[in-house]
Design a binder for this molecule. Structure first.
Ligand SMILES: [Fe+2]
Length: 281
């Protein structure tokens, strides 16, 4: 019987990579990087062997997909933001066995899911950025899940999470789950992008994010699950907030009772709202 050892909602903003490099933005995302490093430390302490990432940058137009390649290695430049992430080397082991198990169990929840072990199927930066700070020593195998779902119901992502929990029960090992995506996500308009690197685009989003984090801290999960579809719509949820629905599906949805532990306080980045939060098990 496997163990789900850690669950978290995490940021993956590419300015974290800029923050490492000499220049005007050096150090600007240190708190976010420290939050990732702390999650990595806890995963090691808990004996995690595999991290499953719900990646809100992996856009899919049909079905749910699992990238369970055997090994990931390369040099990554973002097509979306090549001026933010350029020539970032990465190498992580994969876990085809867990990916196949996930597809088998999730399909039982009436979700159209496929697992892929294809050498040329690449990781997106929703996975690569957190792994850079949590998994630099390749301690953990990586499985990536498509969570930028353009034509999918949040209800199906919830069931994806429920099925994943069943897969972990059958898996002979210890797993961590990361929902890699933002809170609100109204990206700054291009003409003001440079002024908004460390600001929200809209005050409305800042206020809703504040309230959402308060709900997470207070374990108001039934109310949060009820508002999630509207939150995703009105606050431009990244990838439709499918990453959050998958994570909560795995944790029990509106029956989940954990009080979120905020590792990195909410911060604005290029107009969006970001956080690192652990959801206790
Ligand atoms: Fe993003």
């Amino acid at each position: 019987m496997g163990t789900l050892a850690l669950a978290a909602k995490v940021t993956h903003v590419p300015s974290m990579y800029l923050s490492e490099l000499p220049g005007p933005h050096q150090g600007c995302r240190q708190a976010a990087i420290d939050g990732h490093k702390e999650i990595g430390r806890r995963c090691r302490e808990l004996g995690v062997d595999t991290i499953v990432v719900f990646d809100s940058h992996w856009l899919v137009n049909s079905a749910f997909h699992i990238n369970c390649g055997a090994h990931f290695k390369g040099i990554y430049t973002s097509n979306e933001l090549p001026h933010f992430i350029r020539d970032m080397p990465f190498e992580y082991p994969g876990n085809p066995e867990l990916g196949a198990l996930m597809a088998e169990e999730i399909a039982k929840f009436d979700v159209r899911v496929q697992a892929h072990n294809i050498a040329s199927l690449e990781l997106e930066y929703g996975t690569l950025v957190p792994m850079r700070y949590m998994n630099e020593d390749q301690s953990f195998k990586v499985v990536s899940v498509s969570a930028f779902c353009t034509s999918h119901e949040l209800e199906d992502s919830r069931r994806f999470g429920e099925g994943l929990r069943q897969a972990i029960e059958r898996y002979d090992g210890t797993v961590a789950l990361l929902a890699s995506g933002s809170l609100s996500h109204r990206f700054a308009w291009d003409r003001i992008a440079q002024d908004k690197l460390n600001a929200y685009t809209r005050e409305f989003d800042r206020q809703v994010d504040k309230r959402v984090v308060e709900m997470w801290r207070n374990a108001e999960w039934a109310d949060f699950c009820a508002m999630l579809p509207e939150y995703a719509e009105y606050c431009f949820g990244e990838g439709g907030m499918h990453d959050t629905a998958m994570l909560l599906g795995a944790l029990g949805w509106d029956q989940y009772q954990g009080k979120a532990e905020i590792l990195t306080d909410v911060f604005p980045s290029s107009g969006t709202g970001q956080i690192n939060a652990v959801f206790p098990l």
